[in-house]
Design a protein around this ligand. Structure first.
Ligand code: SF4
Length: 258
């Protein structure tokens, strides 16, 4: 269900510079997300559409200093409703016309629609994956494009000269890391210029929502995950950092934005 709301402000300033995504500001034209990933707290039944986001941005932009804007830190800017509303497209246009560098984070191939705008500005795109397994993705990211389709998006952006990278967000133990070496090579071959990752955190109601789905469809993986997350919201005793470093090194893929 969608609700249209008016916002009074659309640019959120980050104190200092964001370490994860390298930005100074955040802009989110939507509140919550309709791509329905089971591990995400932005996945909700009601999505709020800030219908006046572009007008408010036009007013606000004159009063702020240049700095990288993150589009998609809390919700996906290219979630399904964007196809109809076009708010992210409008926001991106204003930002690039005014010389603001932009970092877009998304799971959606709809981002390809706005390549024309990206070409006229300093825009970097990070496409996120939590698995390359189509069956698992269909269950845990039911409304997001299939991983293979996202990989095509990486390729398309790269071929069009847009700086593109990959985020393994979230890195789900026993799921995202089944064949890291193979996946990293595929990301690199598709044209990704960097890789970032972050382990799955399971907090609040998301924890049971995630385990519920895993238990029903992938009981064996679920059992191992429950054990791993028994006393913590993070997988404390589970690290695949060395494997990722090694895999990136092998194919020459930068770890982090640089
Ligand atoms: S696409 Fe991103 S913001 Fe949207 S539900 Fe999935 S993880 Fe959450």
């Amino acid at each position: 269900m969608y609700r249209w709301i008016s916002c009074r402000s659309i640019v959120e300033r980050i104190h200092g510079t964001d370490k994860r995504f390298g930005g100074k500001y955040i802009v989110d034209p939507y509140q919550k997300c309709d791509l329905c990933c089971v591990y995400c707290d932005a996945s909700e039944d009601i999505i709020y559409i800030k219908h006046n986001a572009v007008e408010i941005l036009i007013n606000e932009i004159e009063r702020i200093k240049r700095g990288r804007v993150i589009l998609g830190s809390a919700t996906d800017p290219y979630q399904r409703i964007e196809e109809r509303e076009g708010l992210t497209r409008g926001v991106l246009k204003i930002l690039t016309e005014n010389g603001f560098p932009v970092h877009i984070l998304t799971k959606s191939s709809l981002v390809e629609r706005d390549i024309d705008i990206m070409k006229s500005g300093d825009v970097r795109v990070t496409i996120s994956f939590s698995t390359m397994d189509e069956n698992i993705s269909r269950i845990i990211e039911p409304e997001a494009p299939a991983p293979e389709r996202r990989l095509e998006t990486v390729e398309r952006l790269s071929k069009d000269g847009i700086r593109v990278g990959v985020a393994v967000f979230p890195l789900i133990p026993y799921v995202s890391d089944v064949d890291i070496e193979r996946d990293v090579k595929r990301f690199k071959d598709a044209g990704a210029s960097y890789l970032i990752y972050e382990y799955l955190e399971l907090k609040g109601y998301v924890r049971e929502k995630f385990f519920g789905k895993m238990e029903r469809f992938f009981p064996e993986i679920c059992e191992k995950l429950r054990e791993l997350y028994r006393d913590s919201y993070k997988p404390k005793d589970y690290k695949v950092d060395d494997m990722i470093v090694k895999a990136c090194k092998k194919v020459g893929l930068r770890l982090g934005y640089g």
